[in-house]
Design a binder for this molecule. Structure first.
Ligand code: AMP
Length: 291
């Protein structure tokens, strides 16, 4: 696997590979890689000749008081994992490469750009309501990474359902020439969605953590069995989470196509939740077909 930290040599190498007729798949990450990330890489290998993975802990998607400083940076270990997984290129840019020093200050690490990609309707609800500016940070950096790598296909996890929708939307509306592919959530054996943040959990919290997914599954089963009283089900789900020691941020039945509150006649719904366990904020979702 080749490692690039700067944009210009990466672009040069990718130009060369494209001249040879190679197709490119791209998997953007923040590193501290787990099996979920590697599943994205595995699927990327099936759809393109070249797999580019980026590792970049993007300061502008972290809010004030969030875990930007503590976020695990494990580049050497990640590099070994990616090498073994068969990725072709690792792009691990420096901050100065993504946010050049002359850019205006702002954001958690005092860096941001004058140009931002904002997807208002999708960015200020659910996780965006609790994390103002988060999705603008994500949308802006993902747009930059897509422009830098110019992949044929980019893969994102369905675990971050709202993020995937924001990215699909910006790609469509800005006519970015890339196919966005969503990859199903990879889970631990007990159902907990794999996440770099699971490492923050104490052993006791780790035992409680799968309750988030089990609660979502319970709700999806109720919905598929015909239950239409969404607000009652949401309240019951939140209660289950509280009993397991979570502080729910939101738990909501949404239209899977728009992320707006689901109407009883809608076909496909996504039940999305974010809840804090100790000081760790976990998110998860499940999709139910009501037809
Ligand atoms: P992150 O490093 O958390 O920014 O995640 C990088 C990519 O991996 C995003 O597209 C995530 O949605 C995806 N991802 C993270 N965890 C999982 C998981 N458990 N299963 C599938 N994809 C995941």
């Amino acid at each position: 696997m080749e490692l690039f930290q700067q944009i210009a040599p990466l672009r040069e190498r990718l130009r060369e590979l494209r001249r040879q007729g190679k197709s490119v798949a791209f998997v953007p990450t923040m590193g501290n890689l787990h099996q979920g990330h590697l599943e994205l890489v595995r699927q990327a290998q099936q759809v393109a000749d070249i797999v580019v993975v980026s590792i970049y802990v993007n300061p502008t998607q972290f809010g004030e008081g969030e875990d930007f400083e503590e976020y695990p940076r494990t580049l050497e270990r990640d590099r070994v994992k990616l090498d073994e997984s068969g990725a072709t290129i690792l792009f691990a840019p420096t901050d100065a490469e993504i946010y050049p020093p002359d850019s205006h200050s702002g954001g958690a690490a005092g860096r941001s750009l004058l140009t931002q990609v904002v997807v208002p309707g999708l960015s200020d609800i659910l996780c965006g309501a609790s994390r103002p500016g988060h999705f603008t940070g994500v949308a802006t950096v993902v747009t930059k990474l897509l422009n830098i790598v110019q992949p044929d296909i980019a893969l994102f996890g369905e675990k971050d359902f709202q993020q995937l929708m924001v990215i699909r939307r910006l790609v469509e509306e800005l006519n970015l020439p890339v196919r966005v592919v969503g990859v199903p959530t990879w889970r631990e054996e007990d159902g907990l969605a794999m996440s770099s943040r699971n490492g923050y959990l104490t052993p006791e919290q780790r035992r409680q953590a799968p309750t988030l997914y089990h609660t979502l599954q319970w709700i999806c089963r109720q919905l598929e069995a015909g239950s239409k009283d969404f607000s009652r089900i949401e309240a019951q789900g939140e209660e289950r989470l509280r009993e397991a020691g979570f502080s729910p941020d939101y738990l909501s039945v949404r239209d899977a196509a728009t992320l707006q509150p689901a109407k009883p006649e809608v076909g496909l719904v996504v039940v999305v939740a974010a809840a804090v366990l100790g000081s760790t904020r976990l998110i998860d979702n499940c999709v139910a077909n009501l037809r």
